[in-house]
Design a binder for this molecule. Structure first.
Ligand SMILES: Cc1cc2nc3c(=O)[nH]c(=O)nc-3n(C[C@H](O)[C@H](O)[C@H](O)COP(=O)(O)OP(=O)(O)OC[C@H]3O[C@@H](n4cnc5c(N)ncnc54)[C@H](O)[C@@H]3O)c2cc1C
Length: 298
């Protein structure tokens, strides 16, 4: 493992002084992080570096994961898709396994700053786990699980429960996987409404469903701000859509249910009622896309 000393000079701003360890294997990274409770991993750095520069918090040691090519992959394994935590968002959207998902195409199209996709990683986005991380909303709708390492032991946790955990920073994320049925009948759609001046969306939403004949089964609906500021499922709205043909009347009922069920937060960007309306409009859009996809037989 290479050790370098800071400070780094970056433009007019200066990073605080700290140790910088470049891990060349995941085992090395885990050893340093296990020994030093004050050490923090850094992946793409797109979130962490600006926060360190603005003295949002202090870190004594940064463990750089960006050389860990062993954790950069997207592969199919029997009935699941596995994604290494160091996979960049650009690598993810380019993977042949992800071309099946309409949601990934929308994610790429709607990403606010395309060059950032070359740096930002899947693991870093999940570790942040907040309502601004579009990929988290999509992966949560797909029922993703995480392989996490802590104190040299591995555990599998649901992405959903990690996001709701009070200690979100706990453990190093190694891999993400989600079920992918062999008959390829899984559909997933995503959309968001973004203020032009900010990368933080007013609202974003992902809909996953399976299709049996012309009926949508196993519907999962996740909104980035379903409950306050946390990405969460909208179970009651899912129930309206499950085992239905997505027709105009069903979609209208689902939108009405969503407006009852969702409790988005208010902030300087938008009031909660506006976000709720935005989520309703997004649900209408993604449901219509699901119907179009079925009609066109793609
Ligand atoms: C201008 C701009 C526009 C953006 N637009 C969008 C957008 O439209 N949509 C979108 O979804 N995202 C967007 N992002 C990216 C997003 O907000 C995060 O910055 C990014 O996903 C973080 O990934 P990273 O690899 O850079 O994480 P880092 O900044 O390296 O780390 C973030 C946090 O995760 C921790 N961490 C990193 N890797 C791991 C791991 N494997 N296990 C445990 N903890 C870990 C770090 O310690 C840190 O606390 C944008 C970012 C910028 C700067």
């Amino acid at each position: 493992m290479k050790t370098e000393s800071m400070p780094l000079i970056t433009g007019a701003l200066r990073l605080p002084s700290m140790n910088f360890r470049v891990a060349s294997t995941m085992d090395e990274a885990l050893t340093v992080l296990a020994k030093d409770p004050d050490a923090r991993p850094i992946a793409g750095g797109t979130n962490l570096v600006p926060r360190l520069m603005s003295r949002h918090f202090n870190v004594k040691t940064l463990v750089d994961l960006s050389d860990l090519n062993e954790c950069r992959y997207v592969r199919r394994d029997k009935d699941s898709i596995k994604i290494g935590a160091l996979t960049t968002l650009a690598e993810l959207v380019e993977s042949p396994y992800m071309q099946h998902f309409d949601a990934i195409k929308s994610f790429e199209r709607e990403f606010v700053s395309p060059p950032i996709m070359n740096l930002a990683t899947v693991g870093g986005s999940i570790a942040l786990g907040d309502y601004a991380q579009d990929i988290v909303v999509i992966l949560e709708s797909l029922g993703a699980k995480l392989k996490v390492s802590k104190n040299n032991e591995y555990e599998i946790v649901l992405l959903d429960s990690r996001i709701r955990s009070p200690i979100k920073t706990s453990g190093l994320i190694i891999e993400v996987d989600f079920p992918f049925p062999r008959d390829n009948n899984l559909l997933c759609f995503f959309d968001k409404l973004n203020p032009s001046v900010s990368r933080i969306p007013y609202a974003s939403l992902a809909l996953k469903t399976e299709l049996e004949r012309d009926v949508f089964t196993d519907v999962t609906l996740v909104a980035n701000c379903a409950k306050g500021t946390t990405p969460d499922r909208l179970f009651e709205t899912e129930n309206v859509l499950t085992n239905s043909k997505f027709e105009k009347g069903v979609i209208a009922n689902a939108v009405a249910k969503l407006e009852e069920e969702a409790e988005p937060h208010s902030d300087f960007l938008a009031p909660g009622w506006y976000r709720k309306r935005a989520l309703g409009a997004l649900l209408r859009k993604v449901s219509s896309r699901a119907v179009e996809k079925v009609i066109s037989g793609v």
